[in-house]
Design a protein. Structure first.
Length: 139
């Protein structure tokens, strides 16, 4: 039996929380994997890479509503630079993440989640990572 192909992983970086999502082995669907503090996210990604392999890391690129880079993109770039050192050989793709958090909140609402779950920022961050990874898979 052949081992599954390396994973495609989505990352929604935030200064307090990092949402992570993974694609299924057939690379059709993205699903939330978890939410971590930035340091713990690096460790979780390293572990996932060691256990299953990561081929592509799709990192949300937080452009302004006008499509420009700013302070947020600088913070994400610093995080990407750390990941390049830890995840050698993994392709890192910057993906426009505008409005993914709002769409994640809407998806959680439409799924019938209670108010407390809809306000859970960790859940929203993981869902946002899944949305941006799904957009990448569908492109």
């Amino acid at each position: 039996m052949l081992p599954p192909p390396p994973r495609l992983v989505g990352v929604d970086y935030g200064r307090r929380r990092v949402g992570i999502a993974v694609a299924d082995p057939l690379r059709l669907f993205a699903r939330p994997y978890g939410t971590y503090a930035p340091e713990a996210a690096v460790a979780a990604l390293r572990q996932l890479h060691d256990e299953e392999g990561i081929e592509v890391l799709v990192v949300g690129w937080p452009l302004t509503p006008e499509g420009e880079e700013g302070e947020a993109t600088e913070a994400v770039q610093a995080f990407i630079n750390r990941l390049r050192k830890v995840l050698r050989g993994v392709e890192i793709v910057k993906w426009d993440e505008r409005f993914t958090s709002q769409r994640a909140r809407q998806a959680i609402l439409e799924a019938g989640a209670r108010r407390k779950a809809r306000r859970d920022k960790a859940r929203v961050d993981a869902a946002a990572a899944a949305i941006l990874l799904q957009e990448y898979l569908d492109a």
